[in-house]
Design a protein around this ligand. Structure first.
Ligand code: SF4
Length: 343
């Protein structure tokens, strides 16, 4: 069995509702509300959901940039809450984060060389005499070529794609075992997106890094991920292998996401019934009772607002939290033929 690098158990991350600097009331934003996952060596696990579903908070917590309200995060079997300062430093090095737009995370006064040389020096990866060569090697590895032309550029002298390459080089400089990538290509032109995805795939294959890949883009996820977790209002509603979830979705929310962002693949389109997503995501301050998706689910029944659906297990780790996971295709077909059911 492949080594589990990061394990998350019943993670909850809540934030107080604030009005300016003062706490407005006792309510809390339940950004992540009971998520468990295991990320294995060299695996790409995608976290998919609409904006505001909690996926960024989950990624930031795994990367050590946000603190759990409750629940546990383990790295290589060690509970993060019990790490010594030395172990925490190792964890921070081993789990790197790549952001949607790295512009804000780059110091405007530093050159590209300094941005990469700093982590190499702090972590004593190479002796000072080898710094330039190592930075040039990393530039070459991420396609910033010729490297000499980039050494003295600052962030505003780089294109969006070049900044993302530099950001990936910075993450790779410390030889991480996990990269949390938060919408790493969504701010880029479509032609550049493909290049960055190819780069990420190449680096993952060469270095056996595990990615926790956060995205709302199903086509991107399909091309890169081994497994997928679909998240709605801070909770997992479906998870499984990418092939399993995309070819045979077992949750109406997944079906709706797939219908909203069709992927040009006849295999996936066959026998697919459409579920159309309507309305906005409810507030994570006061999520709906029962199944959280019931206020938007076109096939919801009375039980859906009353009882939390348990996970049902299918093949190969595919599971879904829907009362009607076994009957979805026929319910969706009826829906397509006759219009939405009344709640
Ligand atoms: Fe829809 Fe009910 Fe399934 Fe929730 S449990 S996804 S409301 S059918």
């Amino acid at each position: 069995m492949t080594e589990v690098l990061v394990e998350v158990e019943d993670l909850k991350v809540y934030f107080p509702v604030r009005d300016g600097w003062s706490t407005k009331d006792d309510r809390q934003v339940k950004a992540v509300d009971g998520i468990s996952l295991a990320l294995r060596h060299a695996e790409v696990l995608a976290v998919v959901g609409e904006s505001g579903c909690g996926k960024t908070t989950l990624g930031r917590t795994v990367a050590g940039l946000a603190s759990p309200t409750s629940g546990r995060v383990w790295f290589r079997g060690k509970d993060l809450a019990t790490l010594s300062s030395g172990e925490r430093k190792t964890y921070r090095r081993q789990v790197q984060m790549v952001f949607q737009d790295p512009y804000d995370s780059m110091n405007p006064r530093k050159t590209a060389f300094q941005m990469i040389a700093q982590p190499l020096t702090i972590n004593r990866i190479v002796p000072k005499t080898d710094l330039v060569n190592e930075v040039l090697r990393l530039f070459d590895n991420v396609g910033l070529a010729p490297g000499e032309a980039y050494l003295n550029r600052s962030r505003h002298q780089l294109s969006g794609g070049e900044r993302q390459r530099l950001s990936i080089a910075r993450s790779m400089s410390v030889n991480p075992s996990v990269i949390v990538a938060d919408e790493p290509v969504s701010a880029l032109d479509i032609s550049i997106q493909g290049q960055i995805l190819s780069l990420m795939r190449k680096l993952q294959e060469e270095s056996s890094i595990a990615y926790l890949f956060i995205s709302h883009d199903l086509a991107v996820v399909r091309s890169l991920a081994d497994r997928v977790m679909i998240v709605y209002l801070g909770q997992i509603v479906e998870e499984g292998t990418t092939d399993g979830v995309f070819s045979n979705p077992r949750h109406p929310y997944t079906m709706a996401l797939l219908a909203a962002h069709p992927i040009p693949d006849p295999e996936l389109s066959r026998n697919r019934h459409r579920i159309v997503l309507t309305g906005d995501v409810p507030s994570p301050i006061d999520p709906p009772t029962g199944c959280r998706f019931h206020t938007r689910c076109p096939i919801a029944r009375p039980v859906c607002s009353q009882q939390i659906p348990p996970f049902k297990d299918f093949r190969n780790g595919h599971r879904s939290a829907c009362h009607f996971a076994d009957q979805l295709q026929s319910m969706a077909r009826l829906l397509n033929e006759s219009g939405p059911a009344s709640h």
